[in-house]
Write a protein of this length. Structure first.
Length: 259
């Protein structure tokens, strides 16, 4: 059974997350379908893409499928993690990808949304970045996605508190583009996509790639990178990492020891 739906109307494509039983968790299977949808749209030279969930959802996406994370002593968010593939596909897609958000967005799904080129949300939408609830060490490229989406104080608040941020506050912080009443969300977002589709696609594709290259131009010395990787290994080799994953699977509150 498909976990996503795809649709094309003129030069605008839509990918709809549709796995309500798992709250649209970013499992390997669901991510694979989204990636295949983006590749198909790229081959068809579509000029804008909308990434959305089904209308009226309470949870846009629950983020990582925690059941697929390793239990310990292995990097949980390595290069081949499904989320990393998805982020790269969104960033490399040669036309704007617009996230249309209603409901709550958790964990790695927040990174997915912030990796999109434009974000339109209903007032009820919230964004929570939750690695600290699981004891998971976020990776370097993921951190860069957040830093490119908002200033460092907002990023620190999201990461350190794991508390949901409202769409209104995210818009004021410059992390999302528009907050639109739920009744107008679809018409507004598709209107935005169709406006983009009328413009010069090659010009937009080149400017998007320029911005991708420039936003990633944060030099890190080999020593600095090794330091970060070493710190991350400290976390995923820890008691707390295993406790966070176990607690999530057992549907209980974790008891972290800081070791």
């Amino acid at each position: 059974m498909a976990l996503t739906n795809t649709n094309v109307d003129g030069n605008v494509g839509t990918i709809t997350l549709n796995n309500p039983e798992k709250r649209n968790a970013l499992s390997d299977a669901l991510v694979h379908e989204v990636v295949e949808g983006l590749r198909d749209f790229s081959a068809r030279r579509l000029r804008a893409v909308i990434l959305r969930a089904m209308p009226g959802v309470k949870v846009w996406s629950a983020g990582h499928d925690v059941g697929e994370l390793p239990e310990g002593r292995r990097d949980p968010l390595g290069w081949d993690d499904p989320l990393r593939h998805l982020i790269r596909e969104i960033e490399d897609f040669p036309a704007p990808v617009i996230a249309m958000i209603e409901g709550t967005v958790w964990g790695g799904a927040s990174e997915t949304v912030f990796a999109c080129d434009l974000i339109v949300a209903s007032p009820e939408a919230t964004f929570a970045v939750t690695p600290a609830k699981l004891g998971v060490p976020y990776n370097v490229t993921g951190m860069l996605t957040f830093l490119n989406a908002a200033n460092i104080r907002i990023v620190k608040e999201l990461l350190f508190t794991a508390k949901p941020m409202t769409a209104a506050r995210a818009e004021r912080a410059g992390a999302i583009n528009y907050v639109v009443p739920a009744a107008e969300l679809e018409s507004f977002t598709y209107g935005l996509a169709n406006d983009i589709a009328l413009l010069a696609p090659l010009s937009i594709a080149v400017m998007k790639e320029q911005l991708r290259v420039l936003s990633g131009a944060h030099p890190v010395s080999p020593r600095g990178f090794e330091r970060v990787q070493g710190l991350r290994r400290t976390v995923y080799d820890s008691f707390d990492y295993g406790e966070g994953i176990s607690a999530f699977r057992e549907k209980r509150k974790p008891v972290f020891r800081g070791e």
